[in-house]
Design a binder for this molecule. Structure first.
Ligand SMILES: [Zn+2]
Length: 470
């Protein structure tokens, strides 16, 4: 693991330049900050591997990617970094994280992400004030953090905070008339996108989506239980966990949906979490047993503009146990003592569970190939720290599962770089190793295209042109 290296030097050159710009434009005599990464193999998620390259970083951006034989003009003070036999990839994203889920990890997650080459994350649910404060208060360097604020739920709220094991990640939007004000308040508070949850009513779902569109906020969503993936999906920019697609893909989906809607209408008292858990456990496996490929193709064809974030790592956690991996003990040891202690108890419980049904886990991995076949975009996300997800580490596990599901290693890298940038409409400045892109970069010891497990071989990490791990 790369050593932590906190050098956020404020450059006097940049300060002087800023001053000159303020006066009458920056003189060309003031040199910009340059780093040249030499003799490196460039791995771009679109164009693949190009050997013997040099990558020039200037003022936080990629200024040139060129063959080693080409002469580049460098400042006298340019930093040169020999990366012979190394592989450079764009900084990785985790599209599904929760900073405020486990208080023992909240302040540690940003550093862990950088340790593992994760330079950008999407926080998909938590209290907005807490998240905005955290994002401001975390010391630099820290990954680029984009937040949704709370899970926007219905009259009943799944994460309402009534159980100490489940923090209050959600908030209720009980009727469509409340949607616009809810989204406006989130935008005002600093949210970058919204996240819609499972107990929302269909009219409210549409109202929330419209309110977000109006404010240029991307929409992440679960499939509301009153709806199906093909009715809710086209209104969202991303959908999480592949959850509830199984119902839409069942030959008897109408019958299952009608049962589900009736149960929700009849639910007048109790916990949102219990309502949701009951529906999932009663309907998920029967739906998968009635999988109908023709019907499923119709459903998936409605999702060609809706990124699916499968979180395979989470979906498979009960039967492909992360704690049986060889590299698990070392990764766990880097977590705070309190987290390790709590997780050991959870692992014990998981090991004692007899006969875990792997149907949904296997179906999730199976669906990757179907998504690819129908051209549905796929994004890499983990739900860390939920379900024993070690921040940063778990993203690499997710990449492995995406490849097991049928993606090439290059497609998996695309899912963790360009696809998330597309979600935020930032693909013109993030996600590739080409001129003009923000210089969020990861240097690997081994080639990730020959084996995606090599994405773990992180040797150095650059964030907006500065080395943050080396
Ligand atoms: Zn989540």
């Amino acid at each position: 693991m790369a050593n932590r290296y906190f050098s956020r030097r404020s450059s006097p050159v940049i300060c002087i330049c800023a001053l000159l710009v303020a006066l009458n434009g920056c003189s060309s005599a003031v040199e910009s900050q340059q780093t040249l990464i030499e003799n490196v193999s460039v791995v771009d998620p679109v164009s693949g591997l190009t050997q013997n390259q040099q990558v020039l970083i200037e003022d936080g951006k990629i200024a040139a990617v060129a063959d080693t034989s080409q002469a580049l003009t460098l400042n006298a003070n340019a930093e040169r970094f020999d990366a012979q036999n190394r592989y450079l990839i764009p900084g990785l994203w985790d599209m599904h994280v929760h900073f405020v889920y486990d208080p023992t990890l909240t302040n540690e997650m940003a550093d862990l992400f950088l340790d593992y080459g994760v330079t950008s994350v999407r926080d998909t649910g938590g209290d907005i004030e807490q998240l905005v404060k955290l994002r401001d208060a975390l010391p630099s360097p820290k990954p680029n953090i984009y937040i949704s604020g709370p899970l926007l739920d219905g009259k009943f709220v799944v994460y309402d905070g009534s159980d100490p094991d489940r923090p209050p990640l959600g908030t209720g939007v009980p009727e469509p008339g409340a949607a616009d004000a809810a989204v406006a308040a989130l935008k005002e508070a600093g949210a970058d996108f919204i996240k819609i949850y499972e107990l929302v009513q269909p009219e409210t779902y549409a109202a929330l989506a419209a309110a977000a569109r109006q404010r240029d906020m991307p929409i992440a969503s679960h499939v509301p239980l009153m709806m199906t993936a093909d009715s809710a999906g086209p209104m969202a920019d991303s959908m999480e966990h592949l959850r509830n697609i199984e119902l839409a893909c069942a030959s008897n989906w109408q019958e299952l949906l009608a049962q589900r809607q009736q149960r929700i209408r009849n639910f007048t008292e109790g916990l949102g979490y219990a309502l949701r858990a009951g529906l999932h456990s009663d309907q998920r496996i029967p739906a998968i047993n009635n999988y109908d490929e023709t019907r499923c193709n119709q459903v998936l064809d409605t999702l060609s503009s809706t990124i699916q974030v499968p979180t395979l790592r989470l979906n498979t956690v009960t039967h492909l146990k992360p704690f049986q991996r060889e590299d698990w003990p070392a990764a766990l040891a880097a977590l705070p003592q309190a987290t390790q202690f709590a997780w050991r108890a959870r692992i014990d419980r998981l090991q004692q569970l007899m006969a875990i049904d792997p149907t949904f886990s296997k179906w999730s991995v199976f669906l990757i190939e179907r998504l690819l076949a129908r051209g549905v975009p796929i994004g890499a996300g983990t739900d860390t720290p939920i379900g024993l997800g070690i921040p940063g580490y778990s993203l690499h596990t997710e990449l492995e599962f995406l490849v097991q599901g049928g993606m090439t290693p290059q497609q998996a890298l695309y899912a963790a770089t360009i696809t998330p940038a597309e979600f935020f409409n930032m693909a013109d400045t993030r996600g590739r190793l080409t001129k003009g892109m923000q210089a969020d970069l990861v240097l690997l010891k081994d080639n990730p295209l020959t084996d995606i497990r090599h994405s773990r071989s992180v040797e150095a990490v650059m964030l907006a042109g500065e080395w943050v791990r080396k």
